[in-house]
Design a protein around this ligand. Structure first.
Ligand SMILES: [Fe+2]
Length: 401
């Protein structure tokens, strides 16, 4: 088990990563499609200039690179922000002819590319083709004064893609701030004096919402094309509230850095949150990104101060004796969780603390989860009902239930 370059730069260690994201030992040599970890998550947004400010001021991220008209990219602006080992790239159209405009008109703000770092792009593409995947970009190289990266891309659900990024070519690692076409950029933004160094250290998982009846197809896609394994929390049955239902299964890469729960709606009395997402995103896409922290109380307090809004959980959740008996002892008194509406779940391996934001943009689509793991490799199965009921209350307010 070794650290990725991004983890080393973020001064994380393997023990922390086992705790933060449930990293496990595995044999990459026997993997037909070895994946090192996340490379960057690319968002298309309506106004990248302003979104870049929001991710710095509210989410404590650091601006590290930029691409735009000033350095020859006349199509769009792109801001690369970092927190711990994860990078977000925010893209917004500059040219009235930019293809990003049609994408944004159709989907609103959202994730277009879940880029993965791989040690060997060509090996992955050969495997992807053999398994029948749609290759969107054949392997190609990009170079600048910092070196060379080798890239390719395959299609996943909806209009989402996985760009595969090989950062070491011919034994030399690319030394630039992101990829060729980007220049290093810092910001004049200054954090509040009391603000922590960062609010999250890593990305834990990204959930994909797919259409009714398509979940198993996408599970099979990740199994066959990318050699992902099914995780223990593999819930085939409907997860139902009184009104709505969905199904969810989880796949992960060999070392478990990259985990993809996949949801599909299920037939129920009313429209599920997945239906609402599919309507407003006009098709499948990334539903939520789970940001890993080692201090969820502090992270939630800081985000709340900055105006980030979380889903509400009724007090009854915390006062339920069954819940108290099930979760047992956690690192903080339950009152601390109750005052912040943080959810808690326990399984045979340990427990986790989690909370969900309201949608990040104008449409009821993509949102974030904050997660603090203590041994549990799950996704909060025990909280699904409470979470969905909370989402339904919001859906109802929007007139979408
Ligand atoms: Fe999640």
């Amino acid at each position: 088990m070794t650290l990725t370059e991004a983890e080393r730069e973020a001064q994380l260690n393997l023990e922390q990563l086992k705790q933060l994201v449930g990293l496990v030992e595995y044999d990459a040599d026997r993997d037909p499609f070895p994946v090192t970890g996340w490379d960057a998550i690319v968002f298309v947004v309506g106004n990248a200039t302003q979104a870049a400010h929001y991710y710095q001021s509210a989410w404590g991220m650091e601006l590290v690179a930029y691409s735009g008209p000033e350095n020859g990219n006349r199509d769009h602006k792109a801001f690369v922000l970092k927190s711990g080992s994860i990078k977000f790239v925010l893209k917004g159209a500059v040219s009235p002819d930019s293809p990003l405009i049609a994408h944004h008109a159709k989907h609103g703000d959202g994730v277009v590319d879940i880029a993965l770092e791989v040690p060997d792009v060509d090996k992955c593409i050969a495997q992807a083709k053999a398994a029948g995947a749609t290759v969107l970009a054949e392997p190609y190289e990009m170079s600048d004064e910092h070196g060379t990266v080798r890239l390719a891309a395959i299609a996943t659900y909806g209009e989402t893609r996985h760009t595969l990024v090989q950062r070491e070519v011919g034994g030399v690692r690319y030394a630039g701030p992101h990829v060729p076409g980007y220049v290093a950029r810092s910001s004049t933004f200054v954090k509040r004096e009391s603000a922590p160094k960062r609010l999250f250290q890593a990305l834990d998982h990204i959930v994909g919402n797919v259409e009714l009846g398509k979940m198993d197809e996408w599970v099979a896609f990740y199994n066959k094309v990318m050699g992902f394994v099914n995780m223990a929390e593999f819930v085939g049955d409907d997860i139902a509230t009184e009104y709505s239902a969905l199904m969810s299964k989880v796949v992960a890469n060999g070392n478990h850095r990259v985990k993809f729960p996949l949801n599909e709606p299920a037939i129920a009395k009313k429209r599920s949150q997945i239906d609402e997402y599919l309507d407003f995103y006009t098709g499948p896409g990334a539903q939520h990104l789970a940001l890993a922290t080692n201090d969820i109380l502090r992270t939630v307090d800081e985000l709340t101060k900055e105006g980030v809004e979380f889903l509400d959980t009724p007090d009854a959740y915390y006062d339920d004796p069954e819940l108290r008996a099930r979760i047992g002892q956690v690192r903080v008194p339950i009152e601390e969780l109750k005052s912040r509406k943080i959810l808690v779940d326990r399984d045979e391996d340990g427990y986790l603390l989690q909370i969900f934001t309201k949608p990040l943009g104008d449409r009821p689509t993509v949102f974030f989860e904050i997660i603090e793991r203590h041994g549990s490799l799950g996704f909060g199965k025990g909280n699904f009902k409470a979470l969905f009921e909370s989402i339904e209350r919001e859906q109802d307010k929007r007139g979408n239930l």
